[in-house]
Ligand binder design. Structure first.
Ligand code: SAH
Length: 344
């Protein structure tokens, strides 16, 4: 099977060219075609000699994704892509006032098995390579004709369970020869894998960190997020404190509000106590209902009360704009419907 050309960093491509006796400046030309012009076929690389294009074609695949389906609510667009091995992954295009964001998947399926999430239904299949993540951006840009300015790693999968490929992906899209997307416009969202948070402290790019907390204590979080047994709340908080101390960057906590489960005032108080005085931001997300899971959104009043309670602790809080719930935008739902994946 051919390698995907977008799995290579700029330096790796230069090395490959040198090895076959080509001039390194060809790497700049190729990156220009791949990342500035979003070419999806090597024959489009018209400033390269035909012979070199053929060599590239023998060795590499230029594009790894095909659109199987797309759905729009008029603003955001959800894509179901087919990978070369026929597996499916989802990405979501989200236009905002300040730019265009994409929600990228990092794995096919997921091992985390969070109770309210559809991604793990059907189990874990495999990691995505760096290039397969990059291709989500390229294909969404080509479809929409718009440039992506912000990237969130909040699609299916756990980024820190595929950390090498995720870091490589960030290097490629951040590099000026590549997509040149600012590190501060890239957000990694994690279920709370402490080692990953520590590794991110030493990662040379200033990307944002979001933690999917969803509960203020282990008793409740154990039930919603099985990974909490391995990385309990206090371990996550310790890693987050270290991250803030080391990077001086604000951390986002995501909290999916589920009716009658984690939306009480007591929960808000406990969360407020835990986070007050820290350089953090809480993003409240009314849960996207997933049929089999039986979870519902709290009423507007309950959401407001939770929000106000947190605010009384001088914590920055937002309620996520409800983009995409009408288009199965909750993680993994489109893939699940298309491939008829069910709970086992
Ligand atoms: N594994 C990573 C990133 C993927 S999930 C993580 O856990 O952060 C991206 C975010 O969507 C997480 O905060 C996740 O908990 C949340 N999420 C998943 N299913 C959801 C649903 N049905 N409603 C609301 N948020 C959901």
């Amino acid at each position: 099977m051919k390698r995907l050309i977008k799995d290579l960093t700029f330096d790796e491509l230069k090395k490959w060219l040198e090895n076959i006796g080509e001039k390194p400046f060809r790497a700049s030309q190729i990156f220009e075609w791949l990342y500035k012009k979003n070419a999806t076929d090597v024959m489009q690389f018209t400033n390269l000699p035909l012979e070199l294009r053929e060599k590239i074609d023998d060795e590499f695949l230029i594009n790894s994704l095909q659109i199987l389906e797309h759905q729009s609510d008029g603003k955001s667009i959800k894509f179901l892509f087919e990978l070369c091995d026929k597996n499916g992954i989802e990405s979501v295009f989200l236009p905002y006032r300040y730019g265009n964001a994409i929600c990228v998947s990092t794995q096919v399926g997921c091992k985390m098995n969070c109770r309210f999430c559809a991604s793990a239904i059907g189990g874990f299949v495999r990691n995505l390579s760096a290039g397969e993540m990059v291709d989500q951006i390229i294909n969404v840009e080509n479809f929409t004709g718009k440039r992506i300015t912000n990237v969130v790693l909040m699609g299916s999968g756990e980024p820190f369970d595929n950390i090498e490929n995720v870091f490589k992906f960030i290097e490629i899209i951040n590099s000026k020869e590549g997509k040149n997307i600012g590190a501060r416009h890239i957000t990694i969202s994690t279920v709370g894998i402490a080692e990953g948070i520590y590794r991110l402290c030493d990662f040379p790019k200033q990307v944002n960190l979001a933690i999917s907390l969803h509960a203020p204590n282990n008793r409740l979080r154990d039930k919603l997020v099985p990974m909490n047994k391995k990385y309990p709340v206090e371990d996550i908080m310790k890693a987050v404190d270290y991250y803030i101390q080391k990077t001086n960057r604000r951390v986002t906590f995501e909290y999916a509000l589920i009716d009658g489960v984690n939306d009480s005032i007591e929960c808000a108080e406990e969360l407020g106590q835990m986070l007050k005085g820290k350089l953090v931001h809480v993003n409240l997300i009314p849960v996207n209902p997933v049929e089999e899971k039986g979870f519902r959104r709290p009423s507007k009043e309950k959401i407001k009360a939770f929000f106000e309670t947190l605010r009384s602790y001088q914590i920055q809080v937002t309620i996520r704009r409800e983009l995409g719930s009408s288009i199965s935008a909750a993680c993994g739902q489109l893939r699940r419907r298309y491939f008829n994946i069910s709970e086992n």
